[in-house]
Design a protein around this ligand. Structure first.
Ligand code: AMP
Ligand code: ZN
Length: 466
């Protein structure tokens, strides 16, 4: 069965055919580390993690590269505004390096908490300035640049395919419409490869270059670092959909201008996480961080489960109420799996995982453009099935979880209850033995108020938290 994915380039669902048999090289645009990532950003990294896991399930060896933007990302995509890193450093009274280290560390803690597999290679923009300069030189040698007002620009009129990814209609684009007018540009969509003229004081991060002391434009880092680690052509490039019209469009133009070859085969983009006020974003102030959610008592995997409930190409509406439902569903799932583990000893049927229909369906849904909502329902159908042995079910769950990443094999019945509750459960057991069902029922109701549900089974009473 082959993995089929929606390719933004061409807007079609197509089978993934790697450039090199058995290997996939993929690049994901990483964070700009001047603030905490919000859970909208994290939705995109979760989608990319699922893609990697599905590729691995399909037998590929995946090389996964993620950049860390620690210079050059201006607060406006159209080369206007201030460097986000410098602004962040100034506002928080720290140096740029301190800001970058602090937020990068927290970012990777978030990824780990969400069970996102570590990138094979993580690369920082500031450690690859020479690679960027070398790439810009090639673009310049090939005749795609001009120098104006102190900055080196990419001339999009020299690149006939400009805007192919985003299906931009260049004839409709006039300066002053969406893109701010920069008098130095020949075309409003031209973009800066290298800045020597900073509009801002305190521009502390400057490097020597053939065009003068300055700093790189934001887009060049992704072209330079992806090519350094993955080669001049590679399989997959990902990010959130907001990156399509400017960042990824410019990445393609400058990369292909440098090499003269088609750069990336598959472009895969994740939709937004929304709130009732629209796209979750820092500037709109309608965001949560993972830490906020944890402070409210959620576990990071509740958010992972929540994200799995939506297809990556659909917008997902976030609210604490819907996160509550995801949490309850995940808890319930873990409880059922923990019970399966208890039964496993006296129910050890055999069978081939690959032959289990639920698993076949699960794979077909995963390979169908990462249909995770369907994969989750395949998992639930398996868990609820009454014909398969517990041990076979657990084996299939283990396989499914290599993609879902919910740590299902660690599911355990929560034994963390205080002595008072334990004593109440024992009192109720005693009441039942004494056939005092009125007392037994009232203790059960009291416990329910405390969030503990009792279930009477042939093997005795079992309890779980709501
Ligand atoms: P940034 O750190 O701003 O460069 O963003 C990191 C990643 O998060 C990019 O791939 C963005 O496209 C993505 N992103 C930003 N906002 C959202 C959102 N509300 N929902 C999903 N992804 C987002
Ligand atoms: Zn990028």
């Amino acid at each position: 069965m082959a993995l089929r994915m929606f390719n933004t380039l061409g807007r079609e669902i197509k089978e993934i055919v790697p450039l090199e048999k058995g290997r996939i090289k993929m690049y994901v645009c990483g964070p700009t580390v001047y603030r905490y990532a919000h859970i909208g950003n994290l939705r995109t990294y979760l989608m990319e993690d699922i893609l990697r896991r599905v590729l691995e399930m399909d037998g590929y060896e995946v090389t996964y590269v993620m950049n860390i933007t620690d210079v050059g990302h201006l607060s406006d995509d159209a080369d206007e505004g201030e460097d986000k890193m410098l602004k962040g450093a100034r506002e928080q009274g720290l140096s740029v390096r301190e800001i970058a280290e602090f937020y990068a560390k927290i970012f990777f803690e978030d990824l780990e908490a969400l069970n996102i597999i570590k990138p094979t290679i993580t690369c920082k923009a500031t450690e690859h300035i020479q690679d960027m300069i070398d790439l810009i030189k090639r673009i310049e040698e090939n005749g795609y640049t001009y120098f104006s007002g102190g900055n080196l620009y990419f001339d999009i009129s020299k690149f006939p395919d400009y805007g192919k990814l985003a299906l931009l209609d260049l004839s409709e684009l006039k300066a002053g419409s969406r893109i701010a007018i920069d008098e130095n540009k020949k075309n409003p969509h031209d973009f800066v490869l290298w800045f020597t003229r900073s509009k801002f004081e305190h521009q502390t991060m400057l490097w020597d270059s053939p065009w003068g002391k300055g700093y790189p434009g934001w887009h060049i880092e992704c072209s330079a670092m992806s090519m350094k680690y993955l080669g001049e052509q590679f399989d997959i490039h990902c990010g959130g959909i907001d990156l399509i019209p400017v960042h990824h469009t410019n990445e393609i133009a400058q990369s292909e201008a440098a090499t003269g070859k088609k750069w990336v085969k598959y472009w895969i983009h994740g939709e937004f996480l929304n709130t009732p006020k629209g796209k979750m974003s820092k500037s709109e102030g309608n965001f949560h961080t993972l830490k906020d959610l944890m402070e409210k008592g959620y576990e990071p995997l509740d958010y992972r489960y929540f994200c799995l409930l939506g297809h990556y190409r659909s917008q997902l509406q976030f609210s604490l109420e819907s996160l509550d439902s995801a949490r309850n569903a995940r808890k319930n799932l873990c409880l059922r799996i923990a019970l399966l583990k208890q039964e496993e000893g006296n129910n050890s049927g055999t069978g081939d995982v690959e032959e289990v229909d639920y698993y076949r369906l699960f794979k077909s849904h995963a390979y169908d453009d990462l249909n995770m909502p369907q994969c989750l329902s395949d998992l639930w159908n398996l868990v609820k099935d009454t014909t398969l042995s517990s041990s076979l079910k657990l084996k299939v769950i283990g396989k499914m979880d290599t993609v879902l990443g919910l740590n299902l094999e660690k599911a355990e019945i929560d034994t963390d209850i205080d002595d008072e509750i334990k004593a109440s459960i024992e009192r109720r057991e005693q009441a039942r033995k004494n056939r005092d069902f009125t007392l037994a029922d009232s203790i059960r109701d009291e416990l329910k108020q405390l969030g503990i549900i009792l279930e009477d089974t042939p093997d005795g009473v079992r309890w779980r938290k709501i």
